[in-house]
Design a binder for this molecule. Structure first.
Ligand SMILES: [Zn+2]
Length: 496
């Protein structure tokens, strides 16, 4: 079975076939963060979903070029820059650095390209010039340049490819300048926003006077520059379908005349404790908020990866406790397997080549499944796991294969029926699938920055013979779920 994905464009599950005639290269664009705040757990669900898509494609042998833009100029950013009286770069730089730290905490593979909107003003201008030359963009009396929906549709193009729009009920000829608007306000949208006093120092010279780009054109300019006018996959949260992605299609296809993206994948919303996240309800969590509660990246990643990407997911703190227990079960099994294989109990299993040499699922399965292995055998985990993920990334079924495998290994270990070679082969099988799951080995757990600082403070207190303070810090760490262990390299934190 080959990989099948739900394509928002066709509203159906389709076989994945890359545009590359050799069937090897895949271009993938994920809308990245708007760097005006720390990314929240809903944002992280989308980014971890993007990471899963990329890891699974790489696992299947595709050569993926993963692009994730950094939106470092748009309406919300300008508002915050004005309010905080900082420079654009100073303001966005802080949140961008935090984003990359968080990406690492969640063990997401770093995209191959992370282009910044502010570094692509020339490409953005050139794209707008193309749209003007083709008669589907125009400068209005306010000095801003808009995309004309009427002219675009007049050329035989479809506006509303991802979302069906009823143009009989929509008023055409109106204009919208803000980056975000609802589908009830379908209107000509801004490509270049003429400079206004509220923009402060955020403006660039352009052929239509000083101004700044609209948010939607940024993604069209950066994606087509790096991946070409047509590419395979475009991902984002479902909240981006309209207007952002619809506008991206219109701008890109309007300028190039070519089909923009073959497969559009959208991740569903996330609820927290059963409700839409909101600061006033107290259920709004950034990744950092969860780390400060003593949870670790590995647990958060696991929990975000338990639900199918097209289902609304209810993220709860209880779920995170469950993630801790589930990972402990896997870790315990792996620890025993390592002992049976004669490997050091605490070390991660040897990493083996995880990328198959061919793209065909069948070829891959043959490579992963040794001749003569039976269904249910410890080494056929990668094949069963791949089958589950090939079915529109059916992660629940994929976890099902993992826990079935854990049960089977535990049974064989208890019976002492696993040879050293079989234990080694089972560990190799685990390594292969963990290249997709990315939950890592327990000794790769990173300690949250806030807790590491507490550990240092405890050491300083002990050195100063302030044992009362040292004990108080130890208790605080314990309350957060960590104990201090003395090792030959000094004290270390260990998750309870
Ligand atoms: Zn985008």
């Amino acid at each position: 079975m080959g990989l099948k994905l739900f394509n928002t464009l066709s509203r159906s599950i389709q076989e994945f076939t890359p545009l590359d005639p050799a069937g090897k290269k895949v271009g993938m664009y994920c809308c990245g963060p708007t760097v005006y705040d720390f990314a929240h757990i809903g944002n992280w669900r989308t980014f971890v979903f993007g990471d899963l898509v990329r890891r699974h494609l790489e696992f299947k042998g595709y050569a993926v070029t993963h692009v994730m833009n950094i939106t470092d100029v748009e309406d919300k950013i300008i508002k915050h820059v004005r309010e905080t009286k900082t420079s654009l770069r100073e303001f966005t730089g802080k949140y961008e650095a935090a984003f990359f730290e968080d990406l690492k905490t969640l063990n997401c593979r770093l995209p191959h390209h992370t282009p910044h909107a502010t570094e692509h003003i020339a490409e953005i201008i050139s794209l707008i010039e193309k749209l003007i030359a083709r008669g589907i963009a125009y400068q209005a009396a306010d000095g801003s340049v808009y995309f004309s929906i009427e002219k675009y549709r007049g050329c035989g193009c479809t506006y509303g490819q991802l979302l069906k729009l009823n143009f009989d009920e929509l008023r055409t000829g109106e204009r919208v300048k803000s980056d975000e608007y609802a589908k009830e306000s379908v209107a000509d949208f801004a490509l270049w926003k003429a400079r206004v006093p509220e923009d402060g120092d955020v403006f660039w010279p352009g052929p239509w006077g000083e101004g700044r780009p609209g948010w939607h054109i940024e993604c069209s300019a950066m994606s087509t520059k790096i991946l070409g006018p047509s590419f395979d996959l475009h991902l984002g949260g479902e909240d981006l379908i309209f207007p952002h992605h619809e506008d991206e299609i219109a701008q890109s296809e309007g300028a190039t005349g070519k089909h923009f993206v073959k497969y559009w994948l959208h991740g569903a919303h996330l609820l927290v404790e059963g409700k839409k996240m909101s600061k006033s309800l107290g259920n709004f969590f950034t990744l950092r908020d969860l780390l400060a509660k003593g949870f670790i990246g590995r647990e958060i990643r696991y929990l975000l990866l338990t639900a199918h990407y097209r289902e609304t997911f209810n993220f709860t703190l209880e779920g995170l406790q469950g993630a801790h227990a589930a990972l402990a079960r896997i870790d315990e099994c792996l620890g025993k397997l390592r002992e049976a294989a004669g490997a050091p109990a605490s070390g991660p299993a040897r990493t083996v080549g995880v990328q198959a040499s061919a793209c065909s699922g069948d070829t891959l399965k043959r490579e992963l499944q040794p001749a003569g292995s039976e269904t249910g055998a410890p080494t056929d985990l990668p094949a069963r796991f791949t089958d589950a993920l090939d079915d529109d990334l059916n992660i629940s079924a994929a976890w099902g294969t993992v826990f079935e495998w854990v049960r089977e290994i535990n049974r064989q270990l208890a019976e002492n029926s696993l040879s050293t070679a079989e234990a080694t082969a089972a560990l190799t099988a685990w390594d292969k699938i963990d290249s997709v799951l990315g939950i890592g080995a327990p000794d790769e757990i990173e300690v949250p920055a806030g807790l590491a600082a507490l550990l240092e403070a405890r050491q300083a207190a002990r050195k100063a013979k302030d044992f009362k303070r040292a004990d108080a810090i130890r208790d605080e760490l314990k309350a957060k779920g960590w104990v201090i262990e003395d090792t030959h390299k000094g004290p270390k934190l260990k998750k309870i």
